[in-house]
Design a protein around this ligand. Sequence first.
Ligand SMILES: Cc1ncc(COP(=O)(O)O)c(C=O)c1O
Length: 376
Amino acid sequence: MSHLFNTYARADLVLVDGHDAYVTDDAGDDYLDFGAGIGVMNLGYHHPVIQEAVEQQLKGIWHTSNLYESPLQEKVAHLLTQENDQLVFFANSGAEANEAALKLARRYTGKHKIMNFSQAFHGRTYGALSLTPVTAYQEGYGVDQDVVTLPFNQALAIEALDGTFAAVILEVVQGEGGIHVAQKEWLHELVAKANELGVLVIIDEVQSGMGRTGSLYAYQQFGITPDIVTVAKALANGLPVGAMIGRADLGRAFQPGAHGTTFGGNPIVMASAIAVLETLTPEFLATVAHKGELIRHEIEELSANLPQVKMVRGAGLMIGIELNVDVNAVLVKLREKRILALSAQGNTLRLLPVLTMDQATLHAGIITILETIGEF
Ligand SMILES: Cc1ncc(COP(=O)(O)O)c(C=O)c1O
């Protein structure tokens, strides 16, 4: 009998190790990881630079409270803000990063109302859950009612935006929601109107950030400047972390005591995050963009004759294949063929391959995935 609460539908698989883009089960079999955990292990398993950074820090201090200076947090903040006039708050997860964003936006503006979008996913804590408009996730919890959900990518949202909102929050590439990419013009109009009205724009890059789409942050490909950005998942390549990055002038809403966490910005996690961010060079990001383009075209071309495929969407190495056949059955078959992938809302097969996967392996994996879909 399991002593764990039954909150996850777990596959019958125990993963005990990994190397590069592969995870290894307790029988010693390797699986090609087209999920990177769930968008966490962007740089793969036992990446030498990250391994070394964490091992070095393990020999030093494991924890200091946030009552003391942290040069490691300063370094990660410097790498995250990329010379922009911004400040960072460190948390332990994506949901917590969004909690921080929500609190900052409400304190700064003195308003409470938040606009979010259909198919959004921002996490499971009360504030973040309130921003995640999925009945199955919210039901019975009594979520925050000051949230107004509008359809993603539709003019109605722009029309509905007015000065009573504190903030609008969105993913420029919706992940859990089914890999829906924001339309550039729509996003520009939304951000322009928000700026005009003094409504803060929060971009949730928890899944799309850290190089996943071929730039450090996906929003950078959309020509917008958010007020607040949240990241987590892949920032420390497997160690728990979240970060909220905000315009420096928003900082006046946060004084000592306004927000906090025991573990946020932990030294070991920060050592890993530094190694991750230093690995995500412009050259590395360009290879992700290039591989993403190639395999998306490949999927589009090869699936054109597959009646099981409804639509292909994505950006960089964040790809959704909406299916006419049961995505969960496809995932089971893929596991039998030693490939791990993910699902997303709308019966979508979600591919978030390890970013360091080489082109030939990506190609071979895609062929197997499409063949498998074709078997249904
Ligand atoms: C876009 C987005 N925001 C927030 C979260 C929540 O992150 P966490 O599970 O680390 O709390 C997720 C997790 O999937 C996510 O995809």
